[in-house]
Design a protein around this ligand. Sequence first.
Ligand SMILES: Nc1ncnc2c1ncn2[C@@H]1O[C@H](COP(=O)(O)OP(=O)(O)OP(=O)(O)O)[C@@H](O)[C@H]1O
Length: 187
Amino acid sequence: MGNENRKGKEKPMLRIAVTGSPGVGKSTVVTKVVEKLAEQPGFKIGGIQTAEIRKEGHREGFSIMDLATGKTGILSHVKGSGPRLGKYHVNLEDLERIGASAVRDALACDLVVIDEIGPMELISGSFVSAVEEVLQSDKSALAVLHRSSRHPLAQRIRKGFELLTVDKENRDELPEKISNGFLRELG
Ligand SMILES: Nc1ncnc2c1ncn2[C@@H]1O[C@H](COP(=O)(O)OP(=O)(O)OP(=O)(O)O)[C@@H](O)[C@H]1O
């Protein structure tokens, strides 16, 4: 894993996208990689992480967090007022104020983490252009890619990133494999 992006004297770079069935453990893999890499002195990680918002055992929406600052907002909620996707309303304000900004600010870090690039996030043109800036940069990245997205940005990620499909058999070993890949390339 990892040497295919290294060209001549260019800065070492590794880009990995994890995909897979809903609920298989994609975010958990990314969380474990972030925890491992965060232990490295001086290694700066930026970007976003999303998580479920649950109430009384039911999913009510998703939160979005800037990994570098910890600033957290609402990505989507059943009781929102933004554009509707299934039963959730996407909160464009927090998606852009926290999400797109975190991805842009991560250009100053060693690794850009984007969990995730999926239908909710792709509603925002500002979020899409932030991810495009990352693609055009020389930054290493770790992204969760929605399995079936046909958005042009998702297609570019499928082409430009090493794509790993998470399943129940590999989800326990992937975090170590991915963190070792980044440590080898960037450590
Ligand atoms: N390696 C694992 N072993 C056991 N349970 C796991 C493992 N990874 C994830 N899970 C559990 O599976 C559930 C879904 O995990 P996670 O949110 O990481 O999946 P996901 O693929 O990111 O989901 P989504 O498709 O909703 O974004 C969680 O309850 C989590 O605790």
